[in-house]
Design a protein around this ligand. Sequence first.
Ligand code: DUT
Ligand code: MG
Length: 154
Amino acid sequence: MPPVTVEIERMAHARDLPLPRYESEQAAGLDLLAAVESEVVLAPGGFTLIPTGIRIALPSDHEAQIRPRSGLAAKHGITVLNSPGTIDADYRGEIKVILINHGSAAFSVTRGLRIAQMVVAPVARAELRESGDLSETRRGVGGFGSTGIGGATS
Ligand SMILES: O=c1ccn([C@H]2C[C@H](O)[C@@H](COP(=O)(O)OP(=O)(O)OP(=O)(O)O)O2)c(=O)[nH]1
Ligand SMILES: [Mg+2]
């Protein structure tokens, strides 16, 4: 798939920070940096909105998803509260990341720390057509474990 062009602006408080980038050749997400002025300490159980200092313009019919970094989650219990956060194609404000500390120790967010990753993805927009005659399926209304919990199913 050819790359999608995303316009990006580094805001005044982030001109010294590098642009988000893919950390490996085939990485799905661009790592987002914390554009905090000074250290922000997240107490256990606490959550906070972290600025990234960037604004973007996505092409129409695309979104950006703000996802956690597994390293921060596995090592410190830090994740994205509203994961995946949704950046709409028409949003022109600063991208912010809502981090939550599920760990048992305080976590320090320092300027430039790679706090989350942003995945750009195509989006299908629905045209709703109201109907009283939805198609039948084998699953029907079954859900929430209707196929069994754990083990192999036959
Ligand atoms: O993690 C996030 C999630 C959202 N946003 C920005 C971009 C998005 O386009 C906008 C609105 O997000 P969302 O639709 O999730 O929030 P809402 O509570 O529905 O707000 P709104 O009424 O503004 O749509 O906020 C972020 O910067 N970070
Ligand atoms: Mg919304």
